[in-house]
Design a binder for this molecule. Structure first.
Ligand code: ADP
Ligand code: MG
Length: 382
């Protein structure tokens, strides 16, 4: 533990305004990654933060940003890049809460929303811009976004952005931020080599903070798997849903088509489910997300991409209908439940062909996933 690790938000030099906002948000004490990252970020040092989803990375960079930008200066001073539109909105909302009493109004800019509206909003002047790399680049090319006064850049969910092929966009954007003043922060659940390279090329003697590998999946998430045959997978899923005390669940499928098919199959069996994937229009996605957030839908069936980084409070279960091909994405998926200290369950359906993947996941998370037997029909009908 380093000396500068803080115990309570009050112990670091935060403004009254930010402390007040945090207290209203119900943040009583900093999470482990926040304890490590905030003092470093406040010192103006470049930072690499590694912690799994749901550990509070947003506030880890959001708090220093709210403290450091000047609300009276009408220019973009902080730029945050996120992999998806949903995440841009979510991060922007959290920063707006943290910065409420410092009068910091972040602006989310992302594809799928009217560019004219964004251009007007940018002209109006926002100190903090949260955007997806593609749309940010678009604005830079149009000259409607200028980065010459940016002093803080955050790459949020950097591994996801890389996976999505944004690395060149990110580099183009970074080259437009004056290097002398630039403080960079990079957050990621995993640290593949490409991220390390990006850090090497664009960061200045970065300090790494990490929540250790052992803490990579929170113990609050109970992890189990059921063996099932491909043919009876939907029925197995339904039995599990009936058995479990589900508040809200996110069910992951490998493909968009798989998502649509599963939603149809669930509906045919009398379950209410909604689909979330990349073929939906932004409006449709927003509508589905709102319904889910408002608790009007019990089951959200999604692809990995669509569910990236989403922070939904009441998800009690994450169900891997299709086991993730990439072990890292297991960590991302199950991070959708057990948020902020709540209990969650992660359930994976595994066919005999998929044991290899299961073992790879177990090796990555250094945890044995507990095998459970499928409930019989008698169990369910009780
Ligand atoms: P990550 O980016 O690491 O996936 P988030 O920043 O989305 O995690 O935080 C996950 C949830 O925990 C959010 O609902 C957030 O508001 C909440 N949270 C973050 N920090 C704290 C804290 N110190 N105290 C209480 N809740 C927190
Ligand atoms: Mg995050």
């Amino acid at each position: 533990m380093s000396a500068e690790r803080l115990q309570a938000f009050g112990e670091i030099n935060l403004s009254k305004q930010v402390l007040q906002a945090l207290s209203e948000m119900g943040f009583e004490e900093p999470s482990p990654i926040q304890k490590e990252a905030i003092p470093v970020a406040m010192d103006g040092v470049d930072l690499i933060g590694q912690a799994q989803t749901g550990t509070g990375k947003t506030a880890a960079f959001g708090i220093p940003i709210c403290e450091k930008v000047n609300p009276k200066f009408q220019a973009v001073q902080a730029l945050i890049l996120t992999p998806t539109r949903e995440l841009a909105v979510q991060v922007s909302e959290e920063i707006s809460k943290i910065g409420k009493y410092r009068h910091i109004k972040p602006l989310p800019i992302y594809g799928g929303q009217s560019i004219d509206r964004q251009i007007r909003a940018l002209r109006f002047g926002s100190q903090v811009v949260v955007g997806t790399p593609g749309r940010v680049l678009d604005h830079l090319n149009r000259g409607t976004l200028k980065l010459q006064y940016v002093k803080m850049v955050v790459l949020d969910e950097a591994d996801e952005m890389l996976d999505m092929g944004f690395v060149e966009d990110i580099e183009t954007i970074l080259r437009q931020v004056p290097p002398e003043e630039r403080q960079m922060m990079l957050f990621s659940a995993t640290m593949p080599i490409e991220i390390k390279k990006l850090a090497q090329n664009y960061m200045h003697q970065p300090k790494s903070v990490a929540v250790s590998r052992d803490e990579l999946t929170v113990p609050l998430i109970e992890q189990v798997f059921y063996e099932t045959r491909e043919k009876i997978k939907v029925d197995a899923l339904c039995r599990i849903i009936d058995m479990e005390d589900i508040g809200q669940a996110i069910i992951f499928c490998r493909t968009k088509r798989g998502v649509d098919e599963l939603v149809a199959a669930l509906e045919a069996r009398g379950y209410f489910a909604d689909a979330l994937h990349g073929d939906l229009s932004q409006q449709q996605r927003d509508r589905v997300m709102k319904k889910f957030r408002d608790g009007k839908v019990e089951l959200l069936v999604a692809t990995d991409v669509a569910a990236r980084g989403l922070d939904i409070d009441n998800v009690t279960h994450v169900i891997n209908f299709d086991i993730p091909q990439d072990p890292e994405s297991y960590v991302h998926r199950i991070g959708r439940t057990g948020r902020a200290g709540r209990k969650g369950q992660a359930i994976t359906l595994v066919s005999s062909r998929e044991y290899r993947q299961l073992r790879l996941i177990e090796r990555l998370i250094k945890t044995r996933i507990v095998r459970k037997e499928l409930p019989t029909l008698a169990d369910v009908s009780e």
